[in-house]
Structure formats: structure tokens, C-alpha cells
Design a protein around this ligand. Sequence first.
Ligand SMILES: NC(=O)c1ccc[n+]([C@@H]2O[C@H](COP(=O)([O-])OP(=O)(O)OC[C@H]3O[C@@H](n4cnc5c(N)ncnc54)[C@H](O)[C@@H]3O)[C@@H](O)[C@H]2O)c1
Length: 415
Amino acid sequence: MSNFKLGFIGAGFIAKFQAKAIAQIRGIDLAGVCALKGAEELAGYAKENDIGDCVVYDSISELCSNVDAVAIFAPNFARVQIMQEIADAVAEGAVLKGVMCEKPLGRTVIEAQQLVDLANKAKLPTAYFENQIHMKGIRAQMEQLAPVQATMGPLSLARSSEEHSGPHEGWFWDPTRQGGGVLSDMGCHSIAVGWYVLTPVGKPVTFLEPISVSAVTSLLKWGIPKYRKQLLDRMGVDYNKVPAEDFATGIVTFKNPETGQLVQAQFTNSWMYDKQGLRLLMDGLGPGYAFELNSLNSPLEVFIGDEAAEAVADSETALEKATASRGLLTVETNEADLYGYVDEIADAVKNFKQNKDAYLNFAYGLEITKLCQAAYMSAEKGQTVYLSDPATQAELKNYKSLISQGRGGEILHIG
Ligand SMILES: NC(=O)c1ccc[n+]([C@@H]2O[C@H](COP(=O)([O-])OP(=O)(O)OC[C@H]3O[C@@H](n4cnc5c(N)ncnc54)[C@H](O)[C@@H]3O)[C@@H](O)[C@H]2O)c1
């Protein structure tokens, strides 16, 4: 049987990561790429690493006509336009088995809904990429604790955080292009994984009903004049004019519809975690049992003293968003697998081959967008947002956070 041909839209940071994931899955080729920048380099990487004879296409429609499925790995602000082009290509005859899309599905509920509608209209199976739910560590604790859960009852508290020192491209920092700050960028991960680990084993991913969200958003580091200037110089984004939150935390309360039990997921995200590099920290507490996962606990550490530091090539080969190149350093040898990218692509392709949605589909991505936007709404109002209230649901439908409108100065403290 011939290999499944995957096409990438976008050739930046995540596309390179996902190419490393493809190298670890049997039966998939990176067959094509379309991007404004970086396409040739990605195609070269694919050929060098024997993961596909990757062709560079000038248009999304050409790409769609030459592959089995496409993955949207372009910036948040281009989502709707790209999905529209994919749907147009299908209407004009391209035969696709599915479409994958990176988080967040949309910058607002309206945008996420547009993606769902366009994919439905084109009758395309979908995969929403929330890698943390596919992390082997998260899946292993579920499996290991399933018998304990059956006896003692499910987890009642989950805490999840994703933190690093700040994104690599200017558009992430600009709330009007990205859709907000760290809550929009990484809160979606932490809210999703919290919901997932609280869900009783064997139940669907949206089994627990979201009841309420309470959150705060703050600007703790990048509003201080010295760092504001650094940001302006490095990324071309002025937090004096268009600030975004660099810290967000909150609690989502869920109800088990069968037992009525309330459980809570706390999330914390920051772009001011000036430690080794990216850290994913999750834990869960049930009656008489618990789990904890810290992505910085690697079996491998290296030490580079001051004298030897000159020789360091690129600290990011050791760890995503690494901030240091000397001292005692954590090295993760297979981040594409550790963070769940390998398993999310494998799951999507397996399901697309059977004409089915992936484990996490666009409709699920829409639910995560709603929770994220409810968190912004809660932080703006300074109160808990109750999702069972029809008025709140109606408000969320057309909601666009002040921060994403470039009006973050009205609610964030700029140093
Ligand atoms: N799951 C994760 O942990 C994770 C990590 C990083 C990024 N992401 C998501 O992946 C997406 C891309 O992020 P990134 O870090 O790779 O960004 P990036 O800026 O590094 O790369 C973006 C790529 O898209 C291309 N592009 C821009 N506009 C385009 C358009 N209209 N059509 C085609 N290509 C276009 C750019 O030329 C570039 O190649 C974002 O939505 C981001 O939220 C997810």
C-alpha cells in the first residue's frame, strides 16, 4: 500500500516540529508544502531525512489537489482564509481525506465556528491538534490509574500549566493578530488537558459539562519599561499601545452529568517563566491516588561551565524555548514524541483513512475556544462566568476580548 500523503500549510516552527514527528510514524509522507516563507527549507529537510519527496506548491488549491490530507500550520490570523481556500479547492474537485488544524481553532468563537462550518460544508473529516491530550505520559497515567479510578472514583482536581519565556515570532505577541496573549496561545492547551484528565476513563472528551470559568489575566513582566523596550526592539510589538497578558490563571468547574459530582481544573500559563525552557506541569488528585508529570524531569542533564560556554551551538536543540546555554541543563531527546505530536498525527491519519474524524475534531476545538474566551470574559468582568446561563452563551457567540481588540490597556497594568 502506498504511503499516506500529507501536505503542510505553513513551514515555520510547528511545521518543523511536526516533520520530526512524521519521521517517527510508518506509512506517512510529507508530500507537499505551501507557505509564505520557509517552504524550500522544509522540503529540503523532508528529503534529507527521507520523510517524503516534498513538493513546494504556490497555492493551497494546488497542494490540495496533490495530497491525501492537509494540515494548517500557519498563524492564527490566517485560519479562516486558509480553511476557505481548502473548502474552495474541494468544491473545485480536490479529493481530500481530511484536514488537520493546530490550536487555537479560532481567535474567537465566531472564527472557530466558521472553521467547523467550512469543514462540514466540504464534508471533510477533521483533526483539531491538541497535542497534550496525546502525550504518552498523560495516556499512561490514565491507563495505570484506571482500575484505581474504578474502585475509588475519578479525579476531582486537575492542575495544568504550560510556561516559557515568550514566543519566537512577533505575531504571537501582537494580541490583534494572535487573538490575545498567553491565555489564547497556551491556555487552550492547559484547559483542554485539565478537562481530559478529569474525564472518567472510557467517557467521551466532552462528557463532563463545563459549568463555570473564573480567571485573571495580568501583565507581570513584559509591561515593565525595560522589557517593553526589549519586546519592541526584538519583535516590533509595542506593549505601551497594544498590551497582552503574559500571565493567566483560572479555574474551570465541570459537572459529571451521571453523578452530579463537581470537579475542577486549574490552569496557569505564562510567558515569563525564565527558567530552563518550556515546562509542562500537570497533576491530578483523586481520592487516595494522584499523578504528576513534569516535562523538565528528563533522565538526561548536561553541564556546561563558563569556560566551555563559548562552544555551545544552539541551546534550543536541547529543549524548546531554552533560555540558557551553560550550567546544569535539561535535555529532552525526543520532544516531538514527549509533547504528543507523534501520536496526534498518527491518530488523525489512522482515522482519516477510515473516513472518520480524529479523536479530537473541530467541534471539540470549538468547545475549547469557548472555554478560553469565557476565561477572557471572566477576567474582564472580574467575576465568575456561568456557562449554563443562556445569556452568557449568547454573549460568548459574538465576544471579542478587549485585549484582542488592542484595548488591553483598559484592563492590564502597564508598568
Ligand atoms: N501545539 C503547539 O504546541 C504549538 C506550538 C507552536 C505553534 N502552534 C500553532 O501553530 C500555528 C503556527 O505557529 P508557528 O509557531 O509555526 O508560526 P511561525 O510564524 O513560526 O510559522 C508560520 C508559517 O506559516 C506561514 N504562513 C503565514 N501566513 C500564511 C498563509 N496565509 N498561507 C500559508 N502560509 C502562511 C509562514 O510563512 C510560516 O511558514 C499557530 O496557530 C500556533 O498557535 C502550536
